[in-house]
Design a protein. Structure first.
Ligand SMILES: O=C(O)CCC(=O)C(=O)O
Ligand SMILES: [Fe+2]
Length: 218
C-alpha cells in the first residue's frame, strides 16, 4: 500500500474496527515464522473437509483448540488425532494489545483471554465464503491479523448472508476486530490480490490470516 496515503482506523460497523498498519514488519516476520512452525505440526495445516464432502480452498491450522465444522476439540480428530499446539502467552498479550488498539478500553483488553487461533493460508484462487464465527460459546471479540497479499474482507450483517455489507481492503499488517453488536456478523474473503504482499514479511506469496477467539470451553 502506498505509504503516502494515510489509512486511518475506522469503525466499519458498530464494534467492528479496522486498524491499518498495526503490526510492524518485524512482528509480521515473527508471526510468519511461528505460523510456519505450527503448519508443520503437531497437526499439519490442511484443507478443512466440510460435512457434505466439500473441502475449503483455504488451508488452516489451529492452536489452543482445533476447529472443524462446526465445533472445537483439543485433538484434531479429522486430521491426525493429535492434540493441537498450546496457545502461547505471547499471543494472549498480542490479542490484548489488539483489543486496546481497536476499542481503547483498558479493562476490556486486560480481561480478554483468547484461547484459540485459526491460522488461514490463502494461495492461488483460495477464498472464504460468507459465514459467521459462531462455534464459540463466548461473545468475546474476534481479533484478526493479516499478513501478505491484500484481500477484500466483506463485513456483512448479523441477519443475512447478503447485503448490506461493506468491503474493506485488508493489507499486510492490518488489524481487524469484530465484537459487540458485530461479533456475529457474516463475513467473507471474496478476493485475494495475488502478488501484492511484500516478501520481506517472510511470505513469498499468498495471504496469512490469524483469528484469535475465546472458545468459552474448558
Ligand atoms: O481470512 C480472514 O480475513 C477471515 C478468516 C475468517 O473469517 C475465519 O477464519 O473464520
Ligand atoms: Fe470467520
Amino acid at each position: 500500500m502506498d505509504a503516502l496515503i494515510p489509512r486511518p482506523a475506522r469503525e466499519v460497523a458498530p464494534g467492528a474496527w479496522h486498524v491499518p498498519d498495526w503490526l510492524t514488519l518485524d512482528q509480521q516476520r515473527e508471526l510468519v515464522t511461528a505460523c510456519r512452525a505450527w503448519a508443520t505440526g503437531p497437526v499439519p495445516i490442511r484443507h478443512t473437509r466440510l460435512p457434505r464432502g466439500g473441502v475449503m480452498s483455504v488451508r488452516t491450522v489451529c492452536i489452543g483448540w482445533h476447529w472443524q465444522p462446526y465445533r472445537y476439540t483439543r485433538t484434531a480428530d479429522d486430521v491426525n488425532g493429535r492434540r493441537v499446539a498450546e496457545f502461547p502467552d505471547w499471543m494472549v498479550e498480542l490479542g490484548r494489545r489488539a483489543l486496546l488498539a481497536a476499542y481503547g478500553d483498558e479493562q476490556a483488553a486486560r480481561e480478554y483471554t483468547p484461547d484459540t487461533a485459526l491460522i488461514n493460508f490463502y494461495d492461488g484462487q483460495a477464498r472464504l465464503g460468507m459465514h459467521q464465527d459462531k462455534d464459540e460459546r463466548s461473545s468475546a471479540p474476534v481479533v484478526s491479523l493479516s499478513i501478505g497479499d491484500t484481500c477484500v474482507f466483506r463485513v456483512g450483517n448479523t441477519e443475512t448472508r447478503t447485503r448490506p455489507y461493506t468491503d474493506v481492503e485488508l493489507v499486510s499488517g492490518d488489524l481487524f476486530v469484530f465484537g459487540g453488536p458485530s461479533r456475529f456478523v457474516h463475513h467473507a474473503v471474496p478476493k485475494v490480490h495475488e502478488g501484492t504482499g511484500d516478501p520481506a514479511t517472510g511470505l513469498a506469496s499468498g495471504r496469512l490470516n490469524i483469528t484469535m477467539r475465546v472458545t468459552g470451553l474448558s
